[in-house]
Design a binder for this molecule. Structure first.
Ligand SMILES: NC(=O)N[C@@H](CC(=O)O)C(=O)O
Ligand SMILES: [Zn+2]
Ligand SMILES: [Zn+2]
Length: 427
């Protein structure tokens, strides 16, 4: 079956600009990209993308689908629809579910349910330790065999260095990454905001930057010693950036990600005791925000991820001390970054797209993420001129925990295509 997507604009790296192109899709894959001219679409299904950006579908290597076990927050059906609305076509889900994704059965449950009820590609990440308790490693080989693409105890840090070293040795043997949530528990002690202006003004205990960076420092040394691919989750501090930059400069196999909220918000933006501004890692100081932006720009940080972390309204309503950490991310990520960094002239559109498509694909060895013949026809169509106000009530996610409600943003996805099939379209 042939599908043509005609008259769209694609980013051309050589030209450093948008050019008009027509994409021919055959059997779920991109068969050809024709620049300019008028394609012969006779008899084929055709999508007119006039006035729209056509990008490779976004890839998000850090998300929480809450399935199994916390399906009142999100499930695979709602989470993948939320992803599709945000323009994401491949997502990697974290194992802090119930049960924790620490057995081949749970990995298979996720893949089976995603195949039946999901609308985008779902890549399961399995736990490093059983029940994410940090006491005993999971069976990495069996988890890989079942379909896990990497290992993480996201939600908590692996506190024991020997445990982490052993994990890296085993991951190295299987050629899969360790994807680390970096947090030293002994340095955190119940705080919910960073040490900074906000915590001082309100007399709150703060989460110090070292609680993250101390794990990064430890783990790049372990990655150097073991040769494992070590990927740092949601980098938020200047100190972590410095360590990753140093490790990369000496050839350690380290890669890293950053979330939109850590690029756009600092602790000084927190309006008050609002649980929708509570996430882990916390919003850091303006100096840290500058450091992670520069790190993303110079390649120290490889990619953007949302860390989509849905929580139910009644859970977030418990107040800042009791509410769980986390904010939803899929449905605001692109317009937020387009508005804040591309519209303002700081980044080219091509740069933003790369960090959301081909860079995660390169780091994790995925076939998607590129607009080229032979690649899967996972595509996102975006109206770069459309302006909308963020309305959590419109989210496809089951949860609404966002600090961006009411923000006026530009550059909204309008249609998401996975393997040549439209999985979401704006009304
Ligand atoms: N980021 C968060 O604030 N929360 C995540 C856990 C995590 O990513 O560490 C969650 O699962 O809710
Ligand atoms: Zn985490
Ligand atoms: Zn997470």
């Amino acid at each position: 079956m042939t599908l043509w997507i005609v008259n769209g604009k694609i980013w051309d790296d050589e030209a450093g600009d948008l050019v008009t192109a027509h994409l021919r899709v055959e059997d779920g894959a991109i068969a050809a990209i024709e620049r300019g001219g008028k394609p012969d679409t006779a008899g084929a299904e055709t999508i007119d993308a006039s006035g729209l950006l056509v990008s490779a579908g976004f890839i998000d290597m850090h998300v929480h689908l809450r399935d199994p076990g916390f399906t009142h927050k999100e499930d695979i059906a709602s989470g993948t629809r939320s992803a599709a609305r945000g323009g994401f076509t491949t997502i990697a889900c974290m194992p802090n579910t119930r049960p924790v994704t620490d057995t081949p059965e749970t990995v298979r449950y996720i893949l089976d349910k995603a195949a039946r009820e999901g609308v985008v590609n779902v890549l399961p990440i399995a736990a490093i330790t059983k029940n994410e308790l940090g006491r005993e490693l999971t069976d990495f080989a069996a988890l890989k065999e079942a379909g896990a693409i990497g290992f993480s105890d996201d939600g908590v840090g692996v506190q024991n260095a020997q445990m982490m070293k052993e994990a890296m040795l085993r991951a190295r043997e299987l050629d899969l990454p360790i994807i680390a949530h970096c947090e030293d528990d002994s340095l955190v002690q119940g705080a919910w905001v960073t040490e900074g202006e906000f915590s001082r003004r309100h007399g709150l205990k703060g989460i110090p930057n070292e609680s993250e960076a101390i794990h990064v420092g430890r783990d790049v040394l372990l990655a150097e010693a073991t040769g494992a691919h070590y990927h740092v989750c949601h980098v938020s501090t200047e100190q972590s950036v410095r360590l990753i930059r140093l490790a990369k400069s000496i050839g350690v196999r380290v890669t890293a990600e950053v979330c939109p909220h850590h690029l756009v918000l600092s602790d000084e933006d927190i309006p008050g005791m609002d649980p929708n501004w509570k996430m882990n890692p916390p919003l850091r100081t303006p100096r840290d925000v500058q450091a992670v932006i520069e790190a993303l720009e110079d390649g120290t940080i490889d990619m953007i991820v949302t860390d989509h972390a849905p929580h139910a309204e009644e859970e977030k309503a418990k107040g800042v001390d009791l509410a769980p950490f986390g904010i939803v991310g899929f449905e605001t990520a692109f317009p937020l970054l387009y508005t804040k960094f591309v519209k303002t002239g700081r980044w080219s559109l091509g740069f933003l797209l790369r960090r959301m498509t081909s860079d995660p694909a390169r780091v994790f060895g995925l076939k998607a993420g590129r607009l080229e013949a032979g690649a899967p026809a996972d595509l996102t169509l975006i109206d770069l001129s459309s302006e909308q106000t963020v309305d959590p009530a419109s989210f496809k996610s089951k949860s609404r925990n966002t600090p961006f409600a009411g923000w006026r943003l530009q550059g909204w996805p309008v249609r998401t295509i996975v393997a040549g099939r439209t999985v979401w379209q704006a009304d």
